[in-house]
Design a protein around this ligand. Structure first.
Ligand code: TZP
Ligand code: MG
Length: 214
């Protein structure tokens, strides 16, 4: 089965006034088609919220990715799993989830990318591209140039992450990335629906412009 890695990923925020499923509902209503459930508590406690998001993603025909927890991904029949450098090794997760699920891995350096290319991953997250308040990554920001040079080394799709907003996004196009991942761009606005719609519009417009230049 051909696995398609979505282009625009929304990552739920574990500490927000809206619950994970409320956040998902708002950005799905705005047209986004990929939700990553970033549950940072124990997986049993995340099950009910996970089920709600699973259901919403079915309704909208959106991709549902679970962060950190392979067991929860399996139980909720997620489309994919996203792992960090300190989570379970992707090879082990692949054994649990089988060949058809999308597996993504967060990377931040050349070395991590090289290791990822030897692992059974379908995409890598790469960042932080810009300063972000959402997560203390412990890694320096890559900037546009760092993103481009590291992306050139990757033979799997790259999803750029960290501090990306509507102002700096156009500068990241043409850097070789497949897509982008966001939290605050959508949650910092009063209307996540509007933010999602604007983001999609900008992404599509720029992609069409890039294509026209070829
Ligand atoms: N890792 C680096 S930034 C981030 C993760 C999981 C969350 C998204 O960041 P932002 O800046 O809110 O889009
Ligand atoms: Mg993790």
């Amino acid at each position: 089965m051909k696995k398609v890695v979505p282009e625009l990923h929304f990552l739920t925020h574990p500490a927000h006034t809206l619950s994970h499923s409320e956040q998902a509902a708002r950005v799905l209503a705005g047209g986004l088609t990929c939700i990553q459930f970033r549950w940072k508590g124990n997986p049993e406690e995340g099950r009910e919220e996970g089920k709600r998001i699973r259901e919403l993603c079915y309704q909208y025909g959106a991709c549902f990715i679970v962060n950190d927890h392979p067991g929860l991904a399996l139980e909720l029949d997620a489309d994919g799993l996203h792992l960090g450098q300190t989570d379970m090794h992707p090879a082990k997760a692949r054994e649990i989830l089988g060949p058809d699920k999308i597996i993504g891995l967060s990377t931040h350096t050349k070395n991590e990318i090289m290791n990822a290319l030897n692992a059974p991953v379908d995409y890598i997250g790469l960042g932080p591209v810009f300063p972000t308040r959402t997560k203390e990554t412990g890694y320096p920001v890559l900037g546009r140039e760092g993103l481009q040079s590291l992306t050139a080394m990757a033979s799997v799709p790259v999803i750029a992450i960290g501090g990306i907003n509507l102002e700096n996004l156009p500068g990241l196009l043409n850097s070789g990335i497949r897509g982008l991942a966001f939290t605050s761009l959508l949650l910092d606005r009063e209307s996540p629906e509007e933010a999602a719609a604007e983001l999609i519009q900008m992404w599509k417009t720029n992609k069409i412009a890039e294509h026209a230049k070829r």
